[in-house]
Design a protein around this ligand. Structure first.
Ligand SMILES: Nc1ncnc2c1ncn2[C@@H]1O[C@H](COP(=O)(O)OP(=O)(O)O)[C@@H](O)[C@H]1O
Ligand SMILES: [Mg+2]
Length: 391
């Protein structure tokens, strides 16, 4: 299960497809069987019956074309060669069962077998490649469509949310201001003091929520620069590591030993990782009698023919509800009573970086992986050099 993932089905290599073709039911029925029967009839039919031999020689086209359609260029040439081998003794060497055609006709016929196999195979390969390209393009289009729908929903919601959050923020500000004035008036040891403290902390909580909603509605522009993705993981660990250990969560790291160069915005990437990390931490609160683990992995991998850097955060908590895998990236969707904005903000940051977030119930239990295009290490070095020079 995945999110905003570019789909491209598994593609068989042409060699493997050829080998599979040799014993596929279609080939057995439509290539091998005609080949054997035509050969048999050829050998058994009296050489005086010239018309029958003319037809039989041409019936050999069938297994060659089927082989080409099924196995491409390799299949076409292979079946043309088998047909030729089956035909040659009958054409030239068996005195009592000789094909009555002229020698030159028979040689030309063999030429046609090989040519037919090659041309039909070439065309079949070309057609197959085109179909694969179309399938990949279609998959990408579907993924893009999902992204656009989500982006549209985000921007409509964003405007509404920004309006509401803004309206709420101003009165909250006054409430907090007045509470600061009132605070010293309330005696430290009176009974109402506790209620008052709840009052003030709830105002602060509301202010935090309004702040989050605003940051969701008004995404900051990304300041892209070459950076090492390992630093992002390091920053999240140093910010939240102590807190995690306090709640008895074990942090593990599998960080690449060489730099993982990407182009990105340090703060936004940290925000993305923090959102995923906090979710992992909260999910672990529900694991009883088991050591909670959160594991960071940073590296690079080949995906869809390009090198992708990735940052994975896994935890051994309960699985993500399979029926809601797509929903969890929607704004305001929450499996708990939280704001439900974390993953939608992260997903938008991923898009700003030409990347995507993949979620799967595997690894330690639940794994969120953020993929983005890798850049060359040289670009990272140049950028570091430049920033040192300007200092
Ligand atoms: N690591 C995880 N394990 C299990 N469920 C998760 C995990 N991360 C996210 N989820 C599910 O996705 C939902 C949405 O997450 P998020 O967008 O961050 O919103 P919030 O954290 O405010 O609920 C969560 O409420 C939870 O149900
Ligand atoms: Mg969250």
């Amino acid at each position: 299960m995945s999110h905003l993932q570019r789909h491209s089905g598994p593609q068989m290599s042409s060699k493997k497809r050829f080998l599979v073709t040799l014993y596929s039911p279609t080939t057995l029925l439509a290539a091998w069987m005609p080949l054997f029967s035509v050969t048999l009839f050829h050998y058994l039919t009296s050489h005086e019956w010239i018309e029958a031999h003319d037809v039989l020689r041409r019936l050999y086209y069938l297994p060659i074309v089927v082989g080409a359609v099924q196995g491409g260029l390799r299949g076409g040439i292979f079946f043309a060669a088998v047909v030729t081998l089956a035909y040659i003794p009958h054409a030239f060497f068996m005195p009592h069962h000789l094909d009555p055609a002229k020698g030159i006709e028979k040689i030309l016929e063999i030429g046609i077998y090989l040519l037919l196999g090659a041309i039909a195979g070439y065309l079949a390969d070309k057609e197959r490649k085109q179909r694969q390209r179309l399938e990949v393009a279609l998959g990408e289009r579907e993924a893009l469509q999902t992204q656009l729908v989500r982006a549209g929903r985000l921007s409509a919601l964003g405007q509404t949310v920004a309006g509401i959050a803004h309206e709420i923020k101003n009165p909250l500000h006054s409430l907090l201001g007045t509470s600061e004035i009132v605070d010293p008036v309330i005696p430290k040891d009176c009974e109402e003091r506790k209620l008052w403290e709840i009052h003030v902390s709830e105002i602060k909580r509301l202010q935090n929520v309004a702040e989050r909603f605003l940051s969701f509605a008004r995404p900051s522009d990304a300041q892209m620069q070459p950076l090492d993705l390992r630093e992002v993981a390091g920053r999240v660990q140093s910010l939240y590591g102590a807190q995690a250990r306090q709640t008895d969560i074990e942090l593990q790291s599998e960080i690449s030993s060489s730099p993982v160069a990407v182009r990105g915005d340090r703060d936004l990437l940290a925000q993305l990782a923090i959102n995923i990390f906090i979710n992992a931490e909260r999910a672990l609160a529900h694991t009883q009698n088991r050591q909670g683990i959160i594991r960071f992995t940073v590296g690079a991998t080949l995906r869809d023919d390009s090198i992708q850097a990735f940052l994975r955060i896994e935890n051994n908590g309960p699985p993500v509800d399979v029926g809601h895998v797509e929903d969890i990236f929607d704004p305001f969707y929450s499996g708990t009573d939280s704001t439900g904005l974390g993953l939608s903000i992260s997903s938008r940051i991923a898009q700003q970086h030409d990347g995507f977030i993949d979620v799967a119930n595997d690894g330690l239990g639940v794994a969120f992986t953020f993929y983005l295009p890798a850049i060359s290490e040289a670009e990272l070095d140049t950028s570091n050099q430049e920033s040192e020079d300007t200092q």
